[in-house]
Design a protein around this ligand. Structure first.
Ligand code: DGY
Length: 321
């Protein structure tokens, strides 16, 4: 069968695909336009895509042979899964293999925003370091503080468990009780308002849905402590970026660490001017280990899906009922 791959992914995944099928990979080192994706998809049975590709009704319906969409990401808000389901096309993602990497990035952002790591680096390189200073770059302590987790799924739970060495009090917001968090860390499930008011550090680990769009806006930011640090490694639009700029400029919160943005790859201009926010280019899963496992998982999903069987990480299993 024939597969279109919208961007070069680590070789181990491509090797698996090539063993059984004919593959065409985006030859450019950039995101393809929608037109280019539809062009590449012509005559293909499978589409292996990225989170940067908008796979909407127009793309899905453009190729009648399409049987399988394998996404090289855990989040799949960029794919019209409903449309794929309607057409009997399986859709899969890559959960689990990027959990640690994403949680590690959330901690990196937390440390950096809390202890002025990027500012300190710039300060030192620019020759401004003239000796130890009692008041230089004062940050917030982490040990013994309260950590608020919004979304206690795989990544949120993993992020919270990594706090063990810091003896923190854990609050979380989720639809269901998380026994691992409650038993291992004595975590408490609370309302969003309570979490916002009581946490010293707040980390977002929720998917982008209509119900989570702008979950954190002006009202929520005003509820947070002036010393709070907000971390987002989930999806940009869960925070109202304009409201965040106001909060950071006016000292409603101490700082933020962002890996994701409301209109990627655009980053709100005002954020670029602020020292109390750490900005990463959506790279939370970017470790050699994670990206290699993601490539293998995406390929294995594709191979199973093209056999007409349910891929191991199918997000629309209903089509097999
Ligand atoms: C995902 O897989 O959804 C992540 O955002 C990739 O880094």
């Amino acid at each position: 069968m024939k597969i279109f791959v919208t961007r070069k992914i680590p070789e181990p995944g491509l090797i698996l695909l090539r063993k059984e099928h004919e593959i065409e990979v985006n030859p450019y080192d950039r995101v393809l336009t929608k037109k280019e994706i539809m062009q590449g998809l012509k005559g293909k049975d499978g589409l292996l895509c990225l989170l940067t590709d908008t796979i909407d009704e127009e793309v899905i319906s453009s190729e009648p042979k399409l049987k399988m969409i394998s996404s090289y990401a855990v989040g799949y808000n960029n794919i019209d899964v409903k449309e794929a389901t309607k057409r009997g096309i399986s859709v899969s993602n890559t959960p689990g293999v990027l959990t640690d990497a994403t949680a590690e990035m959330a901690w990196s952002l937390l440390f950096s925003a809390t202890r002025h790591i990027v500012e300190g680096d710039k300060f030192t390189r620019s020759g401004k370091f003239k000796g130890w200073d009692p008041m230089l770059l004062l940050g917030q302590g982490i040990t013994g503080k309260t950590l608020g987790i919004i979304g206690a799924g795989r990544i949120g739970t993993c992020f919270a468990l990594k706090s063990k060495g810091f003896n923190m009090k854990i609050l979380y917001v989720d639809g269901k009780t998380d026994d691992t968090l409650e038993n291992e860390l004595g975590a408490k499930k609370v309302t969003l308002d309570t979490l916002l008011k009581k946490s010293d550090f707040i980390s977002l680990h929720i998917p982008l849905l209509s119900s989570t769009h702008h979950l954190i806006g002006e009202q929520e930011l005003r509820m947070m402590k002036k010393t709070a640090v907000l971390i987002n490694t989930s999806r940009g639009p869960v925070i109202d970026e304009k409201a965040l700029v106001k909060a950071l400029k006016n000292g409603w919160i101490f700082g933020a660490g962002l890996d994701v943005y409301e209109n990627e790859p655009h980053v709100e201009k005002e954020l670029l001017k602020l020292n109390n926010v750490i900005l990463q280019p959506h790279s939370a899963s970017a470790t050699v280990e994670s990206r290699t496992k993601m490539a293998i998982m995406a390929a294995e999903n594709m191979l199973t899906g093209l056999k007409g069987e349910m891929p191991p990480n199918c997000v629309n299993p209903d089509i097999f009922n």
